[in-house]
Design a protein. Structure first.
Length: 342
């Protein structure tokens, strides 16, 4: 209620990226208040054995996670654990810090509870982010989402993934290979068989030889079923631990907003409510092809009912991002509460 009627209206007075930065600043400030952590934890967290999940050797307190992109620089993962998440994914992280695409690059579609972004993997670089991860003091599962720098060619992309993997692996519980963001030139081509096979082969060689961490691949909702089949074959071949379905979409379907405004916004990945049916379709398809592969569902999960629907379709875990912005932190507790009574 406080978020919906007070905090959100104020934040939405600012352009989205500035609002995000203001929210982070204020949140860090609030955390200087004594006992605020305990208060938030008591308000938002549900501790119930029925919510627990064990996947790829990791014990999750509950199946609701914060998707990559929100705390991309690992600034507030300790504090955000008090909002009831079962896990938090940081990143996408690249070897070298980069500023991302020109601003403005983040846009709200309020009527559709959606967002379009073309951030472009803006992040502080793996070395800085690793130093923040070393300061973890909360009992929260952390995933590390990694990608390539904008100026790295696809032919040399594997080197970027290996560089970040080796540095970040000791400080996270699982890793995600982001090969599906539409906002880095050429990145989505890494989902193609030739590129992905080489990437998985070399990453797993490093992983099995030194770290033995769970690895997941994050795919695009714009893949055809034939393309998904090829990804699933490679996941099986290289003993990948799971799949994240899905990233943002380049398509502009299921929107109430007019084409004129959409064209004015321009390129970028669409997330939020309009993506749900596509994410649901892909999760259902993957589960029909593989009964045991862990699936992390993300995309348009904007209510407890949709969370339950996509889990019933085969998701092992879910992640939220856009719904957290539109609904506030209470959405996590509402989803977990729904799962308990269903």
């Amino acid at each position: 209620m406080i978020y919906t009627f007070f905090i959100k209206p104020i934040l939405f007075l600012f352009e989205p990226e500035k609002a995000h930065n203001i929210a982070f600043f204020l949140f860090k400030l609030i955390y200087k208040i004594p006992y605020i952590s305990k208060l938030l934890n008591k308000s938002f967290c549900i501790d119930d054995d029925r919510l627990k999940r064990k996947l790829f050797g990791i014990d999750f307190k509950n199946p609701v996670g914060l998707a990559a992109g929100f705390d991309k620089n690992a600034e507030v993962f300790n504090e955000f654990s008090d909002f009831g998440f079962g896990f938090i994914e940081i990143g996408t992280v690249t070897p070298i810090a980069q500023s991302g695409n020109p601003k403005p690059r983040l846009f709200r579609l309020k009527k559709d509870s959606a967002i379009i972004n073309r951030m472009g993997f803006n992040n502080d670089g793996v070395e800085t982010i690793v130093n923040r991860l070393k300061n973890k003091y909360k009992d929260i599962i952390i995933g590390g989402n990694i990608g390539k720098n904008k100026n790295t060619s696809n032919e040399k992309a594997v080197d970027d993934y290996l560089f970040s993997f080796e540095r970040i692996a000791p400080y996270v519980d699982y890793l995600v290979l982001n090969v599906s963001s539409p906002n880095t030139p050429g990145l989505i081509k890494l989902q193609e068989e030739e590129y992905l096979s080489n990437l998985l082969k070399r990453v797993q060689k490093l992983n099995f030889g030194k770290f033995n961490k769970p690895i997941l691949v994050k795919i695009s909702p714009d893949l055809s079923f034939v393309q998904i089949d090829k990804v699933l074959d490679l996941i099986k071949k290289y003993k990948v631990s799971g799949i994240i379905a899905t990233n943002t979409t380049s398509k502009r379907k299921n929107l109430s907003i007019g084409n004129e405004k959409i064209n004015k916004i321009g390129n970028g990945g669409l997330s939020g409510q309009p993506l749900f049916n596509k994410s649901l379709e892909i999760v259902s398809y993957i589960r029909s092809k593989n009964a045991s592969l862990p699936i992390v569902a993300v995309g348009g999960i904007s209510s407890p009912e949709k969370a339950l629907q996509i889990m019933n379709a085969g998701a092992s875990l879910i992640q939220i991002y856009t719904s957290f912005i539109y609904s506030g932190p209470s959405i996590v507790k509402k989803i977990n509460s729904k799962l308990l009574i269903s």
